[in-house]
Ligand binder design. Structure first.
Ligand SMILES: [Zn+2]
Length: 108
């Protein structure tokens, strides 16, 4: 791993190393060293942890890359999958695969 380690809470770089991970000198958050993809800490708009296989409800109308249509608020997405990136929720709506930001959904 060559990426610089940053605190997942406050994003400050250069955390202190501990026996099994890191501790942030700025906010005091401690986390394990293996957690590089952030997929075990994807949270919905209410701060609930999301996991692959969860059902979620879209809480904001989403536009899909300029195409007509989009996703209406209140749409349920069943059996999501978590993927790396800033749109960590991979789901299907009406047979179409889309990626959604975690802050635009809540757990169903
Ligand atoms: Zn921190």
């Amino acid at each position: 791993m060559s990426d610089p380690v940053t605190c997942p809470i406050c994003t400050m770089p250069e955390p202190l190393t501990t026996a099994d991970g890191f501790e942030c000198a700025t906010c005091g958050h401690e986390w394990l060293g293996e957690l590089s993809d952030g997929l075990d800490d994807v949270r919905d708009a209410n701060g609930n942890l999301l996991a692959t296989g969860d059902d979620v409800i879209v809480i904001k109308e989403l536009k899909l890359d300029g195409k007509s249509g989009g996703v209406k608020s209140g749409t349920k997405v069943k059996g999501i999958r978590l993927v790396p990136g800033d749109h960590p929720i991979d789901g299907k709506i009406n047979g179409r695969g889309i990626l959604i930001k975690a802050e635009f959904v809540r757990k169903a």
